[in-house]
Design a protein around this ligand. Sequence first.
Ligand code: UT7
Length: 333
Amino acid sequence: MNKIRAAIKGIGGYVPPDILDNFELSRMVDTSNEWIMQRIGIKERRILKEKGKATAYMGTKAIKELLKKTNTAPEEIDFLICGTITPDMPFPAVAQIICDKAGLINAYGYDINAACSGFVFALETGRRFIESGACKKVVVLGADMMSAITNYEDRSTCPLFGDGAAAVLLEPTNEDVGIIDSILKVDGSGAKLLHLYAGGSLHPASYETIDRKQHFVFQEGQNVFKFAVSKMAEVSVEIMQRNNLTHNDIKYLVPHQANLRIIDATARRMEINRDQVMINIEKYGNTTAATIPLCLWDFENNLKKGDNLILTSFGAGFTWGSIYLKWAYDPKK
Ligand code: UT7
């Protein structure tokens, strides 16, 4: 009998309706559409503006769509795992709030904090719960409301980020599809280059941390850029080599959407063409844990059963990794 694998059986997503484009941003800080398009590749991003709504709201919307599309009752879900660095509050976890809001009354769940690698790390965890036989229906969510931790007076970070959420349903399969291999890495020494300084146990919120604007993303962009290119390419090439894949075998590279130049450099090192890369950075920006599942959501109808995909991410921590999977279903007619 074939080994049990975890297969993605559906995808749901949600982005808020409000758009913040480069022209509006240029009125807020000293920047321009040309600079942002050339250096990052983002045209606009979605911002969750409704009062009283945050990451769990977007995640609930994405999961409700996923359950509807896959004809799954909320009570059937065993486990919800959520990649996020922008939980509604330090506790309870977004996953726990969503179990209530989406009616996942038989599930348990928790959040994974791996920044832009949140979805990839969560997917690997979900995979193991399915392969071990512990769970039959697992929802893996990537959701972030980056606008809550972005300083809209800092031109070096505010063009980068947007809000969004997307989720996949994982189920066991005996077929030759599903998640095949993964390489995940961390290097905590990267914390000094990319972090959110205050609001944790080391620097709790105070008048001083607020005055110093330490509750927003801090990034040394150029240094992070170099790590992102080399690390994403390194693990993606390694996963191709150890699974005997050449660029011709790959239908899509699904990279984290932080910067179009990082995506292009990673694809070049894998000898993959632009038309083999899922790119939607121009319309959503960097939604942190949500970028990879939002790509799958946007490109779902281009995918066929058996297609080889490589997912790859790089983010704060540092965290990075690649997952090799075979897509498990054909587009719905
Ligand atoms: O998702 C998690 C991982 N994060 C990433 O992967 C992000 C990695 N880093 C990046 O994507 C890029 O480093 C950025 C997009 C953040 C910045 O691009 P860069 O090409 O590295 O620019 P830079 O920081 O080296 O700045 C170049 C110049 C500077 O001016 P001077 O010193 O040369 O006069 C900046 O002040 O561009 C200036 N600049 C801007 N100009 C117009 C920085 N931000 C802006 C801006 N508009 N928004």
